[in-house]
Design a protein. Structure first.
Length: 248
């Protein structure tokens, strides 16, 4: 049975998602949602960097797509970090319409046992009434921080320590505001950017630690965090993101 999928967003996550849906024999690209007028009406293949047309044109009217009642799932790839309430509303609308949602940005719901109760209640109410489901995962975090260690553990005779590391090249991350004001590149050294705050570290990466502990039969009692910062040794100019000064 072919599943009809909508991809919401065409950026760093959405474009690869469109390519993945188009190439999957069990999925049909049923719609693409965009936020800008410049993308509306364009073929999804063009927006995703494909050489062929898909016959699916981008729209800003997500409600119309959901109202058809024919959408099985939505890949929600719109930016969430700086528009959490709006994004949550989008996702709840999808769930209430009976469309299951996969997203990589709704970090507090990565791990049900540690998810904030009020937020979890909203989602459970929507899924209970419609029968849809929500999966929050990705590669940032995810994959090399949960799936890969578990896979490797299956071929290990003994484990004394488990250490994972995520390395990200933000030169290729086309979100200038996020890179500067959320991640903190270019800010004064004594400034704690949102991404390095205790709440963010616990919300975004803490769930990975809890999931690993549970899967390996050793539940984690407590997750602690710390950060180390290094000043730029020279000025750096990066494409669309701009200039980052020495000492920041």
């Amino acid at each position: 049975m072919t599943r009809r999928v909508v991809v919401w967003g065409t950026g760093n996550v959405g474009a690869p998602a469109i390519r993945a849906v188009v190439s999957h024999a069990g999925l049909e690209l049923a719609g693409v949602v965009v936020s800008s007028a410049s993308k509306e009406g364009r073929d999804a293949g063009k927006l995703a960097g494909l050489t062929q047309k898909t016959g699916v044109v981008a729209t800003r009217d997500a409600a119309a797509l959901l109202a058809t009642g024919t959408i099985d799932a939505v890949v929600y790839a719109a930016i969430i970090e700086n528009r959490f309430e709006e994004a949550l509303g989008d996702i709840l609308a999808c769930l209430k319409a009976g469309a299951s949602v996969v997203t990589s940005g709704l970090y507090p719901l990565q791990h049900e046992a540690t998810a904030p109760a009020p937020l979890l209640d909203l989602v459970k109410r929507a899924t209970r009434e419609s029968g849809a489901s929500l999966m929050v995962s990705g590669i940032d975090p995810g994959w090399n921080m949960d799936i890969m260690p578990l896979l490797v553990s299956a071929v290990s005779s003994d484990i004394t320590e488990l250490r994972t590391q995520e390395v990200m090249n933000y030169r290729h991350y086309d979100q200038p505001d996020i890179v500067r004001n959320t991640v903190g590149f270019g800010l004064p050294m004594d400034t704690v950017p949102p991404m390095l705050g205790e709440e963010a570290l616990q919300m975004v990466w803490g769930p990975m630690v809890h999931m690993l502990g549970e899967a390996l039969g050793h539940p984690v009692d407590k997750v602690t965090t710390h950060d180390e910062r290094r000043a730029l040794e020279r000025d750096v100019e990066i494409g669309t993101v701009g200039r980052f000064e020495k000492g920041t």
